[in-house]
Design a protein around this ligand. Structure first.
Ligand code: M6R
Length: 613
């Protein structure tokens, strides 16, 4: 939700800011804008649509040289995505420029106050009020940071705000509450951004900001305080990946690259966590063996694709550990008065570590006395920082809005946790613990085998690209896989797609079946108690004229006569099958969107990181 960049240093600020925005465009692409400070004035350019529109605008109407600049790529909340509502917003006297990510909840009151004082607002955004409030505040504040601190004390909601002042070149000031902001420490230059990707080409030294903090950067200094001016302690760290990890690396699309990276992402997430005997170790889990033994219930909260990872985790956790496990949409969780105690463990799954619904759910759980474990892909993000412990997934930066490698590594992290918990509690896994852990170690190679079948899946997508609707069915862990396949198709190909538990078909959804409707079926491994039941479901579907596309094990011949198309999956233990079964569905959705001519990496209306509720 909105990407933010700020720069001070010897380089041309515009170049650094535009390059940073390009790397953050995944966060929002409704409009983009920049402001630079030069010769005691602020110059801005802003344009609706993607960053390319802004670049074209600057080409036509160049900006002067400058060493201080800020930039923004927007996912619209208040006001349509047009030129006027694009950030930055500038105060009436032209001295202040502001960019913002989040929602200022009390903006209507503040706007009315400004209007009563004779201020003329130009946009429909909540952000613009900050520019005017800060301009007024600067009449009494001694410097920009002081002024922003005073303004922040008046704001409610979630915000990252970055500001520059025409009279203070070489200074950029920012504030954060419930919205991401990191500082990049360079040599003779410093950076601000929503995500380290924006400055990784310049420095790997990053500083996490805490809640309700204000930071002032100059070329040679970084000063962090709370909203009242008291110095704050910060956590400095080194980013472990480099700029090339956030590039397309020869692929046409980030999504294709990220799908192809999945074997490595799985292997990296497993690295050092399972030994040769199948014993699992989880550094950073932040929960003692006694705490894990005393847990009576587990609740997983997450959104979207991460929620589907949680659904898969439930099957593994309950089967291997016998600890009751619920999975909750984070956006619903705290509003239904859930029962949480100090022997409930809440697991928050989030790629970005910044999803507002998930963050609020975990905060709520902690307030009620529960321990929270994060499963996260973004080092130093808010969710792991506020949790009791964390299992990091090591998927590397995921840029495409549609989650792929993060999903598979979330599933792997959940399996690791379930195995670890079973180990600590001495429950075994039902099967031989070490065998299944060692099988997990082989899944990276199996995902690689699935990738070898990509071409056939693409051909299938091309063949049925005219379909108006596609249904996905599965049972056991194949059910969340079906939901994930449908979600990918909705978000990328903008078409009706639904996932169902196959056993539910006859309770309603079967009425949707009609001649030629594609139904994609995830079949459990042979020998699974639901295998034959789903083979019956395939027959029921086919008998009603649907086109059956069946994902089944390599040597499963029982489905041959009922399937119009078969996608073969390598053999693996039942509970691990989602790791191989999801991949064809990702490739399928990617190709469907490509055939339709849609923007795969930046689908309409979406943003990678959803930092508003
Ligand atoms: O960063 P998070 O994992 O918390 O994000 C959760 C969802 O917003 C995310 O998985 C979303 O559903 C993806 N775009 C799906 O591809």
């Amino acid at each position: 939700m909105c990407g933010i960049v700020g720069y001070v240093g010897p380089k041309q600020a515009l170049d650094v800011v535009i390059e940073g925005l390009r790397r953050l465009e995944y966060r929002g692409y409704d409009s983009a804008g920049v402001a630079i400070v030069a010769d005691h004035r602020i110059d801005t350019r802003k344009k609706a649509g993607k960053l390319a529109n802004l670049e074209a605008e600057i080409e036509l109407d160049p900006l002067p040289a400058s060493h201080t600049g800020i930039g923004h790529t927007r996912w619209a909340t208040h006001g349509a995505p047009n030129d006027v509502n694009a950030h930055p917003h500038v105060s009436e006297d032209g001295t202040i420029a502001v960019i913002h990510n989040g929602i200022i909840e009390n903006f209507a009151v503040l706007r009315d106050e400004l209007i009563a004082n004779g201020v003329k607002l130009r946009s429909e955004t909540d952000t613009e009020v900050v520019a005017h409030l800060l301009a007024a505040q600067m009449k009494t504040s001694s410097n920009l940071a002081d002024g922003l601190r005073a303004v922040c004390q008046r704001l409610t909601g979630a915000f990252t705000i970055v500001v520059v002042h025409s009279e203070t070149p070489d200074v950029v000031v920012a504030a954060r509450r419930n919205s991401p902001l990191v500082v990049g420490r360079g040599v003779g230059e410093n950076f601000l951004a929503s995500d380290v990707a924006a400055f990784i080409a310049h420095t790997r030294n990053a500083i996490e900001l805490g809640q309700d903090q204000v930071v002032e950067i100059t070329p040679d200094s970084i000063t962090v305080t709370d909203f009242f001016g008291a110095p704050a302690t910060v956590h400095e760290y080194e980013v472990t990946w480099d700029a090339s990890a956030a590039e397309k690396g020869g692929y046409d699309l980030f999504m294709l690259k990220e799908i192809a990276e999945q074997p490595k992402a799985i292997a990296d997430t497993l690295l050092g966590r399972i030994d040769a005997t199948g014993k699992v170790s989880l550094e950073g889990i932040g929960l003692s063996d006694d705490e894990l033994k005393s847990m009576k219930k587990i609740i997983i909260t997450a959104c979207g694709t991460a929620y589907h990872a949680g659904m898969i985790a439930k099957y593994a956790i309950e089967h291997w550990t016998r600890v009751p496990c619920e999975v909750e949409l984070a956006s619903e969780f705290r509003y239904r008065d859930p029962i949480l105690t100090d022997d409930t463990l809440v697991i928050s799954i989030s790629q970005s570590g910044e999803t507002m619904d998930t963050l609020m759910a975990m905060r709520y759980a902690r307030e009620q006395g529960s321990k929270v474990l994060a499963i996260c892909n973004s080092n130093g993000s808010t969710i792991p920082r506020e949790s009791d412990g964390v299992i990091y997934t090591h998927a590397g930066p995921e840029v495409a809005v549609a989650s792929t490698k993060a999903f598979l590594t979330q599933i792997v992290a959940c399996y690791l946790f379930a195995m670890y918990l079973a180990q600590v509690r001495g429950t075994g896994f039902g099967e031989s613990s070490s065998d299944i852990a060692l099988e997990l170690g082989r899944m990276s190679a199996k995902v690689d085998l699935v990738l070898d079948t990509s071409e056939a899946i693409r051909e299938l997508a091309q063949e049925i690209s005219d379909a108006q609707s596609i249904l996905f069915i599965g049972r056991s862990v194949g059910f969340p896989v079906a939901l994930e396949g449908a979600l990918k198709l909705k978000e990328l190909a903008y078409m009706h797609a639904e996932g169902f538990a196959a056993g539910e078909l006859k309770h309603g959804p079967i009425a949707l079946l009609e001649e030629g409707l594609p139904v994609i079926v995830v079949v459990p491994p042979q020998g699974h108690e639901l295998h034959d039941k789903i083979v019956s479901n395939i027959q029921e579907v086919r008998a009603r004229g649907a086109k059956t596309i069946v994902l089944a094990e390599d040597d499963d011949m029982t489905i041959n006569e009922f399937a119009h198309h078969i996608i073969r999956l390598p053999k693996c233990p039942d509970l691990l099958q989602p790791l191989v079964a999801t991949v064809p569905l990702q490739i399928f959705a990617c190709e469907m969107a490509t055939v339709k001519g849609y923007d795969v990496d930046q689908p309409r209306n979406l943003a990678k990181s959803v930092t508003v509720e």
